[in-house]
Design a protein around this ligand. Sequence first.
Ligand code: SF4
Length: 191
Amino acid sequence: MMNRTFVLLERISALLRSEQRREAGSAGLEPVHLQALGYLARANRFSDTPQSVGEYLGLSKGNMSQRLLWLERSGYLQRTKDEWDGRVVHLGLTGRGLKAVAEFSPPALWVEAGGEDENLAAELEKVLHRLLGRGGYRGFGQCRTCRHHQKRAGGGHCGLLKVDLEPDQIDKLCREHEMEEEAERIRTPDR
Ligand code: SF4
């Protein structure tokens, strides 16, 4: 069968979206709302802006703004201004937002059917990195696999942004993340 992996991933993705719609629909939540909440629950403090959510989900600015506004008005999200730069807005989950992620992302069917598989996840992660690299997309990875991450006692340090990192930030997603091989690819683009 041609493109078997693609067809399977496409089918699984459609099935999970449909299930999320069924489970969370009564709360007015669509799959894209849950994707945005799930991303923000995992994003670090440099990546929890409206622009970063849009980039991660591949949505236009207008579309993303509408979705985020709805989530905020419905009590799933709250905005706070950046401590140092008042033009920057951070998005954080409220208790209601955290509850929605815990309940619907992934949907119960995924857990019941034993969808989680460490070996499969590792293989899919490799595919994802190849796609991101080829397509020139941002990686949105964790500090622990970033070339700019420096281990420090009681946390870490970001060599790119020149800031210390609290221990709870190290496992979160970052829009500035760069794998070593990505840095090499940027240095030699015609490889
Ligand atoms: S070390 Fe990398 S992933 Fe971590 S904050 Fe810095 S740029 Fe982001």
